[in-house]
Design a protein around this ligand. Structure first.
Ligand code: HC0
Ligand code: SF4
Length: 581
């Protein structure tokens, strides 16, 4: 270890520790802008570019960026001298001089780290603004994400997420000096690139450079139209994070309050994507058992492992990066899309409403869901099964705009029939949850026995790649789990190279699963927030009366009265899909 003195206090740290981290251990928070740490993944973004984190080191002429300067033995550091404070303000003024000043109307207003920094450092005037040049770029619109590079401050966090965590490689810094930006190759539009719309870049962007496509106005318009019946479905992960937008602690469940807020916003019916998650398990679980049985009977045509297919970012990833393997994932549509297909057939018929007059809105923790909703396979004569997909953040905006106070809303229940769900549907929102839900159902269907204990703890956790064996009454199933596309890539490469021993694998594009989706309240890479959301999801599950998808009475009724059986012809038409390379 080495000894350093920071602001007159001594600390011993291991060699290689940065000044920033040593100070942190002393409880001294040095302000940072571009720096980002993903502790669980052992990934750091430290381009040392913004220079907001500079400190004074005794004996050195220049100020040192604390995020990327290592401590040396006997080093004496001062973190907030007048010189340091002036330098930070000057640096920030430089950044602001090349930044639009439309804070009042910016989509990130109130959540912008640049704005927060200007407040923190007391910037009241931008010196020499009149003589400084502004770089301008055309705004890049895609089905899920908007890139407004005028607002990019070159922190490179998006690049770290896209390249190091997701290994998608869409975003990288191009050009030099004043012209430099983070962009897809050849300044191509996101829609033409390899982007999966996972939204992890948006989740860490400190400014308004990367934001979601906002559909709140479309939804308000539909709600105001007397000729439309507007129903909403809420994804499992939303209830575990929405509260954060209203100042509640991470991990607070707001299921009932969210339902009453949606009802007061004017939705005719408030339904649950968890219902469709139960339906997904019926289809995917049956498909798993079918493939498994055929495989064990020596059918060479049938491949294993089966991969889950409910995450649209992941679907985009394998379609683009592993086109030779598109026959391995399950053909089951995602719960969002199963919900839409059932709502616009079975439910519309029940209500005697024309397809065009039923508007289906989804509230999702995800930005890729916006893209998924507008894929051609999920339209009937140009009318989409899901009309608009809003993120958790967009729902928070709608609730705030209506001047509702979420914390003090009454707890209300979902409507029926498409609001009835089990604990198995809820856990879809956390990494490992989909495969645990499938295991609960597949076990009972395959063995004909009742599970004494529905909790499969061995499938839970935050490790990027996990594996567990589950005993199906003598038949041992190898189950794999990956979250984050970088981990998914490893799983796929193993399968391609014949090294995979799994029967079934769950893959989710975002670290943590949907609770860490690109549409959730911003968590700035803090994994303790993700863990609290995951705990909340399992709490909701354990409090549910029914915890296995095949026991959901409304699902049983749907099969009896409408679909027939899992994987029936009708189920295939409405609930399954195909992939394209
Ligand atoms: Fe998910 Fe879903 S669990 S992808 O993670 O499967 O977005 O929350 O809604 O569709 O149910 C997201 C979350 C969903 C879907 C479900 C699945
Ligand atoms: Fe990369 Fe995901 Fe952002 Fe697309 S959405 S640029 S894949 S991080």
């Amino acid at each position: 270890t080495i000894k350093v003195t920071i602001d007159n206090r001594q600390i011993e740290v291991p060699k290689g520790t940065t000044i920033y981290h040593a100070a942190k251990q002393l409880g001294i928070e040095i302000p940072v802008l571009c720096y980002m740490e993903l502790e669980d993944m052992n990934i750091e973004n430290k381009p040392g570019g913004c220079r907001i984190c500079v400190v004074e080191v005794e004996g050195r002429h220049n100020l040192a960026p604390s995020c990327s300067t290592q401590c040396s033995d006997g080093m004496v550091v001062k973190t907030h001298t007048t010189r340091v404070l002036n330098a930070r303000r000057t640096v920030l003024e430089f950044i602001l001089s090349d930044h639009p000043k439309d804070c009042l109307t910016c989509a990130k207003s109130g959540h912008c780290e640049l704005q927060d920094m200007a407040i923190k450092l007391g910037v009241r005037k931008i010196h020499n603004e009149e003589i400084s040049e502004m770089s301008t770029y055309k705004i890049d619109y895609s089905p899920s994400i908007i890139r407004d590079l005028d607002k990019c401050i070159m922190c490179r966090r998006c690049e770290t997420m896209c390249n190091d965590v997701q290994t998608v490689g869409t975003l990288s810094a191009i050009n030099r000096g004043f012209e430099s930006v983070v962009s897809p190759a050849f300044e191509m539009d996101l829609e033409k690139s390899t982007c999966t719309y996972c939204g992890q870049c948006v989740a860490v962007c400190p400014t308004g450079a990367l934001t979601e496509v906002d559909h709140t106005t479309n939804v308000l318009r539909a709600l105001a139209d007397p000729n439309k019946t507007v129903v909403v479905q809420t994804a499992p992960a939303v209830r575990a994070a929405l509260g954060e937008e209203f100042g509640l602690n991470a991990g607070t469940l707001v299921t009932g309050k969210m339902v009453s807020a949606l009802r007061r916003l004017g939705f005719d019916k408030v339904f649950d994507t968890d219902f469709a998650a139960d339906l997904t398990i019926m289809e995917e679980g049956t498909e798993l058992l079918d493939r498994l049985t055929k495989h064990l009977n020596g059918d060479k045509e049938v491949k294993l492992p089966i991969l889950t297919s409910c995450c649209p970012g992941w679907v985009n990833f394998f379609e683009m990066q592993f086109p030779d393997m598109i026959d391995i994932p399950s053909t089951a549509r995602s719960p969002q899309q199963m919900f839409g297909a059932i709502a616009k057939t079975y439910y519309a018929d029940k209500l005697n409403v024309k397809r065009d007059d039923l508007i289906v809105v989804s509230i999702m923790p995800c930005l890729a869901k916006k893209y998924e909703a507008q894929r051609d396979e999920f339209k009937v004569e140009d009318n989409p099964d899901v009309d608009f997909s809003l993120s958790t953040r967009e729902l928070a905006h709608l609730i705030k705009e209506a001047n509702m106070d979420l914390e003090n809303m009454p707890d209300e229940d979902f409507d029926n029939p498409l609001g009835e769900s089990t604990g198995a549907g809820v856990i879809f929102g956390a990494t490992g949850g989909v495969i645990e839900a499938a295991t609960r159902t597949a076990y009972e269907l395959h063995t004909g026995k009742k599970l004494d204990k529905v909790d499969f703890e061995q499938l839970r956790g935050m490790d990027g790649i996990r594996e567990a064996k589950v005993d199906f009454d003598g038949l041992e199933l190898n189950i794999g789990i990956a979250h984050g596309l970088g981990n998914a890539r490893k799983m796929l490469e193993d399968i391609r190279d014949g090294r995979s021993h799994f029967h079934a694998i769950e893959i989710m594009a975002c670290p943590g699963g949907c609770i860490g989706g690109g549409g959730q309240p911003l968590h700035h890479g803090d994994s303790s927030i993700l863990k609290k959301r995951i705990d909340a999801i399992y709490r909701e599950d354990s409090g549910k009366k029914i915890r296995k998808s095949h026991e959901n009475p409304m699902i049983k009724e749907l099969y009896e009265n409408f679909l027939g059986a899992p994987m029936s012809e009708k189920a295939h038409k409405l609930l399954h899909t195909h992939y394209s390379d």
